[in-house]
Design a protein around this ligand. Sequence first.
Ligand code: SIN
Ligand code: NI
Length: 266
Amino acid sequence: MNASEITSEMEIEYERDGFVRVPAVITPDEAAHYFEAGTRLIERVRADAATPDDPEVTDIDIFIQIVNTWQRDDEMRRLTFHPNVAAAAERLAGTQLRLWHDHILCKMPRNQASTEFHQDQPYWPHRDCPDPISAWIALCDVPVERGCMTFLPGSHRKTDLPVQHLNDPRSLFSICPELEYSPRVTVPLKAGDCTFHHGRCAHMATPNCTDLPRMAHVVIYMQRETRYRKQDHVVTDPLSLEDGAALNGEMFPPVEKFGCWRAGWD
Ligand code: SIN
Ligand code: NI
């Protein structure tokens, strides 16, 4: 798969609906490889006594989340900087991007907990980033029963909504009642498939009712010009940024530098 395999139909769909499914962004073998890498990372993090105090790790019913895996694990970094994923994201967003952060999201077997409807962007401390985009990469087959994504097409045009809580099924709809009756599109994926969604496209994920973990890796890109807007966030809290500061530097590499990683940036 390369960027040219993003068809004009996919671009139109993304622009119209705020999300699109892209099959085989990585191969099934790559997906299996990164599933193992993700599993090892989760085991390592769970065994680490410091985990309860680690702000980048959330271990709750809904999912286990590890933020900025690319800074912890060489294998996960290769996936986060995967050229297919980044090229497809830039093509769909129609603009130059940089990494905002990544995270593994694993729903444990029979977790029975949905990730409730929310937009992502209200959580982020950003200015000058009208069109962020996330790649949700399936590292195993994700049928509806294992916790796939459901989107509200067109909801990315709802700007300026406050944060909606992903453990509260009423949160989005109490803030924006008209979305409760908008059509919902549920997107099961095969291992290696990906959905790309706009940072304001509302989405949820079904519970995992199967005996296998549901492993997804999410790479989140922001526009190159994005600046910091003062708001708590696990990624920016340690950086002591001034309001309005450019979000650039080693923490937020531009896509064009993704190929340059060695021990640091060339
Ligand atoms: C999930 O995979 O459970 C939710 C993903 C998201 O909110 O982006
Ligand atoms: Ni989300």
